[in-house]
Design a binder for this molecule. Structure first.
Ligand code: GDP
Length: 675
């Protein structure tokens, strides 16, 4: 195959702190690549990438969709990455599937916390990047200062490729430092091409100095260039570009560009840089032997967009081919699925494909049991690309449709939402009948509730978010229970002996029957298990689900006429409640693994604050000028943490957290917890 064709794809994502201009930049990319004939603005809610109406409303991009565009004959798949901290799983997953990233910075605010978190993730997944310093038309924008921040805070080695011409309202273009010429955008309308001009005389000396820095920073990536440099010989622009490409692919260099997406300045050179410096799928996966397309299929489902009729699953093919009509194995579920339709999704249309090859990203329709994170592979060659750990939901909210008639629609809508996001769960409280929506964070729940409104038209009343407590038992107990109602009419009889024993954290509920010789007929055993599980769901002491115990059915008896599955289920529930009461019930709370990154001068305050929140400090690690504290803190104590952390560090410290384990709530705090 023509190597040029093979290398004519880029799978990239745009990473940014909320408000830095990701949506606007994406919008301009769609415009300049001809995908969108009208430039949408975020504030009027017409942007094309955020097709979820709720995202338009919020102006933040939550779901990662993929959009295909072309620039200079190269196919660019834009994978949309969410910016907010609560969606770190999605960020992680999208970083896995992209080969390169454009990091957008606000030219005034510079390096913001979420960008830093995502930058570290991109380091972890070794994703090559180019930086776009945006909003240079804004008052207070400072290109030099922001590049310096990127260098110092993120520890990146920069290849500064451009220098701004004019600033704030006078920002009119950039000096292309490689070619030493000015690119000027005279109008502000999208689509007006830039004009090349000589470098303005007042910028000549800074441009010359910056070019010298650039050359010095990049020549080490090519031996001949380095020798020429040492001998003081001129180096061609092509050689310098090759050096920059090599350095970028190795993660040793980060090209930096300047612009104002909003004012339509700097977007075309940014696209040129994506093509010139970011890797193709082949560049990223060269180490593997043989052409990836000729191997058996492996593909990762990285995003699911569902509606009531089905789902569109975005996949990245890593090896092999995925063809229309193929029957593939979902290695994560063990089930086979048929590929009914393949689509390349463009901003405003879908284009049908008959085949995807290694490196392609597209949407599949017709998958019934495939969720985000699942691997699709050839039935004869099972592989799993990602082992999925769905995080424990740790926060609940009670929800109720405002209109009684919406009950069914709510049920269907919740079904769709939980398919899209496996970390979201729905259950019904056995006692109150309330529907509880559980998830990993406050924002995640808030966003899901807005989806109910915007996508499904269901208005719901929402309770206060609550920590998802659990219960467990402290010691082993055996009880004997007789359920008997034999006065008049059809009677009820069930007798059983049940043992409860504590299990280690995270084991859930286990059930075993040791009944032999028909003391209880076999057909009643499932009802007994169901009775125990149902009673455990409603808890014992505080009304929280009881977990981490084993129930063993030791013995029992039945009555020929009066025993039934219902009688045994009833008896089992009562036996469980009796036993659990006697087994020393305790309340468990979710404990989070928290990482706080703070400049050294705020370290003491951060540590003190974490300890006041019942935190255990596990580790401290110095990274450059910052210290990273690893701690375990009960979730309950983390409500409102972001505000406090900002206040005590003048906004400079940042944090990330995820669920770690459940632990016993200290006795003096348990008293206030029962429902
Ligand atoms: P996102 O949250 O990163 O997707 O950011 P948006 O693209 O939604 O931009 C946030 C706000 O900044 C919007 O009001 C944009 O119009 C504005 N904005 C984006 N880019 C620029 C720019 O280059 N200059 C100026 N002045 N404003 C911009």
């Amino acid at each position: 195959m023509n190597s040029k064709l093979l290398h004519s794809r880029r799978n990239i994502g745009i990473i940014a702190h909320v408000d830095a201009g990701k949506t606007t930049t994406t919008e301009r990319v769609l415009f300049y690549t001809g995908e969108s004939h009208r430039v949408g603005e975020v504030h009027d809610g017409t942007t094309t990438m955020d097709f979820d109406p709720q995202e338009r409303k919020r102006g933040i991009t939550i779901n990662s969709a993929a959009t295909t565009v072309f620039w200079q004959g190269v196919q660019i798949n834009l994978i949309d990455t969410p910016g907010h901290i609560d969606f770190n799983i999605e960020v992680n997953r999208s970083l896995r599937v992209l080969d390169g990233a454009v990091v957008v910075f606000d030219g005034v605010a510079g390096v913001e916390p979420q960008t830093e978190t995502n930058w570290r993730l991109a380091d972890k997944y070794q994703v090559p990047r180019v930086c776009f310093i945006n909003k240079l038309d804004r008052v207070g924008a400072d290109f030099a200062r922001v590049s310096q921040m990127i260098e110092q805070r993120l520890g990146a080695k920069l290849a500064v490729l451009q220098w701004p011409i004019g600033q704030e309202a006078g920002f009119t273009g950039v000096v292309d430092l490689l070619n030493m010429q000015a690119l000027l955008w005279h109008g502000e309308k999208a689509g007006e091409p830039y004009v090349m001009a000589p470098i303005p005389s007042d910028l000549m000396s800074v441009a010359t100095a910056q070019r010298a820095r650039l050359v010095e920073a990049v020549v080490e990536h090519d031996e001949q260039a380095l020798e020429a440099y040492v001998r003081g010989e001129p180096i061609s622009v092509e050689t310098l570009q090759a050096c920059i490409r090599r350095g970028t692919l190795q993660g040793a260099l980060v090209p930096v560009l300047a612009g104002s997406a909003f004012k339509n300045k700097g977007v075309e050179p940014l696209l040129d840089a994506v093509v010139a410096y970011l890797p193709s799928p082949e560049d990223r996966h060269m180490q593997e032997a043989g052409p990836a397309a000729e191997k058996p299929l492996s593909a990762l489902a990285f995003k699911l967009v569902a509606d009531e009729h089905g789902a569109m699953v975005f996949v990245r093919v890593y090896t092999g081919r995925l063809r229309l009509g193929d029957v593939v194995l979902n290695a994560s579920t063990g089930k086979k699925e048929r590929i009914a339709r393949l689509y390349e999704v463009h901003a405003d249309q879908r284009i049908e494909r008959t085949e995807l090859v290694a490196g392609d990203i597209a949407a599949v329709v017709g998958l019934k049991d495939t969720l985000t994170g699942h691997t699709l592979c050839a039935p004869g060659h099972p592989v799993e690309l990602e082992h999925i750990v769905v995080p424990e939901p740790v926060i609940d909210v009670a929800i109720e449709p405002k209109a009684r008639g919406d009950q069914q629609t709510l049920g269907r809508a919740l079904h769709v939402l939980t398919r899209e996001d496996p970390s979201l769960r729905v259950r019904q409280d056995a006692e109150s009948g309330q529907v509880l929506l559980s998830g990993m964070g406050e924002l995640q729940l808030e966003v899901s509730l807005e989806k109910l409104r915007a996508r499904f038209g269901v208005e719901v009343s929402v309770g206060q978010p609550q920590v998802a407590y659990r219960e467990t038992i402290a010691q082993e107990v055996t009880v004997h229970h007789v359920h008997k109602k034999q006065t008049g009419g059809p009677g009820q009889f069930a007798e059983l002996t049940l043992k409860l024993a504590p299990l280690p954290r995270g084991e859930g509920v286990q059930f075993e029957s040791q009944i032999t010789g028909g003391a209880i007929p076999r057909e009643f055993i499932p009802a007994i298990e169901a009775g125990v599980r149902r009673a455990a769901q409603s808890g014992v002491w505080g009304g929280f689900p009881c977990v981490d115990f084993k129930a063993t059915l030791l013995d029992g008896s039945f009555h020929e006429r009066d025993s039934s599955a219902m009688a045994f289920e009833h008896a089992a529930g009562a036996a469980f409640r009796d036993a659990a009461q006697k087994a020393g019930p305790v309340v468990l709370e979710p404990v989070m693994a928290v990482e706080v990154m703070t400049p050294a001068e705020h370290l003491g305050d951060c540590l003190g604050d974490l300890m006041r929140r019942r935190g255990h400090i596990r580790d401290q690690d110095v990274r450059g000028l910052a210290t990273v504290i690893s701690a375990q803190v009960p979730l309950k104590e983390m409500f409102g943490y972001i505000g406090q952390l900002r206040a005590l560090s003048s906004g400079r410290a940042q944090f990330a957290m995820h669920f770690d384990h459940y632990d016993v709530v200290p006795p003096h705090l348990q008293a206030g917890l029962s429902l």
